[in-house]
Design a binder for this molecule. Structure first.
Ligand code: CA
Length: 228
């Protein structure tokens, strides 16, 4: 794996680096947040080790900006001192995928990075697929049976929620929360938008994917994947 270590303590950075290189990984280093951001956005890493306490831009800000401004989904493992353990929840809010409290065992760090790296690979492109329908969450390109499908933003949110949950049922309340939050425009809105979604996703095709569970909600199922 290609790993970026953003850590201002040279001894810790060198320890981590030596261990990971011994394990066969390629490691790049940054000693502050700004350099780390720069490397993370200009090079391709499988996973990033990010110290929380950094001079200038701290680890939380680096992580937030990576996710929000640079739209980077590279998995991040945050390192934090024990006295800032409370920050761990904030760390997850900032978009970190895992955290470890210093001092930590290098063996465990390496194992966790392996897991994150694999997960990151699986997410690359963030493509949702169900039967012949695919939804690329990065490019927002939706196609079914090789044909491109146009959806409005509400339709996209509904489709994403349903495809991510598939084949599980998503309740009406969950879908409403996901699209409108607490301020539902009108009690019939969801039904209307699901109807619109069906018109483009299902109607032109042989097999409907969106199923209604009356009184509960909706789910998407690949009809060919159903047990007979
Ligand atoms: Ca530090």
């Amino acid at each position: 794996m290609h790993i970026l270590v953003i850590e201002d303590n040279n001894d810790i950075a060198a320890n981590i680096g030596d261990f990971l290189v011994d394990k066969g990984h390629t490691v790049d280093f940054a000693g502050d947040g700004a350099t780390g951001m720069h490397l993370a956005t200009t090079d391709n890493f499988d996973v990033i080790v990010l110290d929380l306490g950094l001079p200038g831009m701290d680890g939380l800000e680096v992580c937030q900006r990576l996710r929000q401004e640079a739209r980077q989904q590279t998995p991040v493992l945050m390192l934090t001192a024990r006295d800032t353990l409370d920050d761990k929840l904030t760390g997850f809010d900032s978009g970190a995928d895992d955290y470890m409290v210093k001092p930590f065992a290098l063996q465990e760090l390496a194992a966790r990075l392996e897991v994150l790296g694999r997960r990151g690979k699986g997410n690359k492109g963030r493509l949702l697929q169900l039967a012949d329908l695919s939804f690329d969450l990065d490019s927002l390109m939706i196609s079914r049976g090789g044909k491109l499908i146009q959806l409005n933003p509400i339709g996209m949110k509904l489709l994403q929620a349903l495809m991510e949950a598939a084949p599980s049922v998503v309740t009406r309340q969950e879908l409403e929360m996901c699209v409108w939050g607490e301020t539902l425009p009108d009690s019939d809105s969801l039904r209307v938008h699901i109807h619109g979604l069906r018109n483009v996703i299902d109607k032109p095709f042989d097999k409907p994917l969106i199923q209604t569970r009356h009184g509960i909600g909706y789910h998407m199922v690949d009809p060919d994947a159903l047990p007979p």
